[in-house]
Design a protein around this ligand. Structure first.
Ligand SMILES: Cc1cc2nc3c(=O)[nH]c(=O)nc-3n(C[C@H](O)[C@H](O)[C@H](O)COP(=O)(O)OP(=O)(O)OC[C@H]3O[C@@H](n4cnc5c(N)ncnc54)[C@H](O)[C@@H]3O)c2cc1C
Ligand SMILES: NC(=O)c1ccc[n+]([C@@H]2O[C@H](COP(=O)([O-])OP(=O)(O)OC[C@H]3O[C@@H](n4cnc5c(N)ncnc54)[C@H](O)[C@@H]3O)[C@@H](O)[C@H]2O)c1
Length: 473
């Protein structure tokens, strides 16, 4: 570290932010003998545990279970009555440990990682200020997550909309809910609240999940509509107000007015780099933090950025993957050991570029990994894509009466390997890891013919896709 080599340090490593990424950097470094502390301004466990992954999936799960039973003759007849929304909210709250972090704090303690409560801010190279105390470290990892972005719509802020935090922590189910944003959070939470009894209107300026294969949005829009969600595509809110009775009005660009008790805005997130003191080490707080494959920030030899804050892939599992690489890279560098940062090296987060798995927990589920066909073509790959109707697979037909779904593989013809896979259908999330392994392992199509899916499982979709692609000559 330039100018700090002769100093005594409070720690080897200080991590700012105790979300899933920060916890794992500290843990993986500590397991290699690094003295680590973690700074947290809210709850140890981060967004994912309390206001994102866990509560949103808990809000969705009961509705999925009811629908799964309704889709099977014989089971359907046993489903009576309506969903118990208060029991669902209580179950959700149990998954957030009632928004208390005692369990995660005990884990930090058992891992030998010091917890410093408060807002952490860089005050110079290797220096973190928390309140009136400055701490020094040989390495610092920023793992401060991301923050929501709000669209510029007149009246929006004054209308006190829900963000994903308010929606995932909701204490009641609003009779009517308007959702702005047809991305991952918007579609998941629209379905969750519809299943709990809200009349939901989902507004999207484009299609749904527009970064996925085009058939994904079409299937999802049809399914959400079937669940009673009023899906409006290609619409933009022009003005938003909340009246004295606390009813929100959203006026669309075409003059239509929609009303609801609550409005949820889920229009994306950006890295949380504000108020981190980046300017004290010569970095522009408004610019993206650029990192190498070990998450080392460009132009430094001591500062790392891990998880949502580096903008590489805003997903818990990917942040934790980066954290495993970074934690061990930090330890190796501090111990003067070799660092393996080349493609697929043990200290490199190579999968961020080629094999990021992603599940949208709607019904149908959307599970995808790697490149879509259009992104693969944009990268100049020589591509052939094959698709198949999941509803034609025996295992799927057994799984649910009238099963509907779709699957697609994107094949790099020059290398004979899969570079992308997308599945849409009930309970397809568990199909995804096979595709991730095939992509990361660069398993050739010829060899995949020897990976026999058991009969009658939904995994037979793999065989159908291979048959559509063709037997090797
Ligand atoms: C509604 C919703 C649902 C989601 N569902 C999923 C899902 O199902 N699966 C999935 O993989 N991903 C999901 N995500 C994304 C996932 O939540 C994030 O990718 C993940 O939380 C990022 O982890 P992180 O550790 O980088 O940041 P975070 O979890 O945001 O943690 C950052 C931590 O840093 C703390 N912090 C910030 N600044 C400071 C500071 N200056 N000093 C001290 N502490 C600070 C924060 O308080 C926070 O605890 C979802 C996101 C949302 C919004
Ligand atoms: N199951 C999961 O893994 C999961 C679930 C929820 C969220 N997340 C993560 O959280 C992040 C945030 O989720 P998200 O749904 O907010 O983001 P997103 O990027 O998935 O979707 C944002 C949506 O808002 C729309 N939008 C953006 N700006 C707008 C504007 N000015 N006016 C109207 N619409 C606008 C976009 O067109 C898009 O449809 C995602 O990156 C995702 O990775 C993951």
């Amino acid at each position: 570290m330039t100018g700090t080599e002769e100093r005594e340090f409070d720690y080897d490593l200080i991590v700012v932010g105790a979300g899933p990424a920060g916890e794992n950097v500290a843990d993986y470094a500590a397991k290699r003998g690094v003295r680590a502390a973690i700074v947290e301004s809210e709850l140890v466990g981060g967004e994912c545990s309390y206001w994102a992954c866990m509560p949103s999936k808990a809000l969705l799960r009961s509705g999925h279970a009811i629908q799964a039973a309704r889709r099977v003759a014989g089971a359907r007849e046993a489903v009576e009555g309506t969903i118990d929304a208060s029991a669902v909210l209580a179950r959700r709250s149990s998954f957030t440990s009632q928004w208390k972090d005692d369990g995660q704090v005990s884990w930090l303690d058992s891992a030998g990682i010091d917890l410093i409560r408060g807002h952490g801010r860089l005050s110079g190279p290797g220096e973190i200020q928390v309140g009136d105390r400055a701490y020094s470290a040989r390495a610092v990892a920023l793992a401060t997550g991301s923050v929501p972005t709000l669209p510029k719509v007149p009246g929006l802020a004054a209308a006190e909309p829900w963000g994903t935090r308010e929606a995932t922590a909701a204490g009641h189910v609003p009779p009517r809910l308007i959702v702005i944003g047809g991305g991952v959070a918007g579609t998941e939470l629209a379905l969750a609240f519809a299943s709990l009894g809200s009349r939901v209107t989902l507004l999207s300026r484009a299609g749904l999940l527009s970064h996925e294969e085009p058939f994904v949005g079409e299937h999802l829009a049809a399914a959400l509509t079937g669940e009673g969600v009023d899906v409006r595509l290609g619409v933009t809110p022009a003005r938003i107000d909340r009246d004295a009775d606390r009813i929100v009005s959203v006026v669309l660009a075409d003059g239509t007015t929609l009303r609801a008790e609550e409005l949820l805005v889920s229009t994306g997130r950006r890295p949380n780099t504000g108020d981190l003191g980046l300017e004290t080490i010569g970095l522009d707080p408004a610019a993206e933090l650029r990192v190498d494959e070990t998450m080392l920030v460009d132009g430094t030899d001591w500062l790392y950025a891990v998880g949502d804050v580096n903008g590489r892939a805003l997903l818990t599992h990917q942040g934790k993957y980066q954290a495993r690489a970074a934690g061990e890279a930090i330890a190796a560098r501090l111990h003067g050991s070799p660092v393996s940062a080349g493609p697929w090296g043990r200290h490199a987060a190579s999968a961020d570029h080629l094999a990021v798995p992603h599940v949208v927990f709607t019904d149908p589920e959307i599970a995808s990994v790697g490149l879509t066909e259009s992104r693969a073509r944009d990268r100049g790959l020589n591509i052939r894509a094959v698709e198949y109707d999941l509803g034609q697979v025996a295992g799927a037909q057994l799984h649910a009466d009238g099963y509907t779904g779709h699957a697609k593989l994107v094949v790099d013809e020059d290398r004979g390997v899969i570079v992308g896979a997308t599945f849409v259908g009930q309970d397809v999330a568990e199909l995804l890891h096979a595709a991730t392994i095939a992509i990361v392992g660069e398993v050739t199509i010829d060899r995949l013919w020897h990976a026999v899916p058991a009969y009658p499982t939904i995994s037979e979709i793999w065989l159908r896709l291979l048959e559509t692609y063709g037997r090797p000559a």
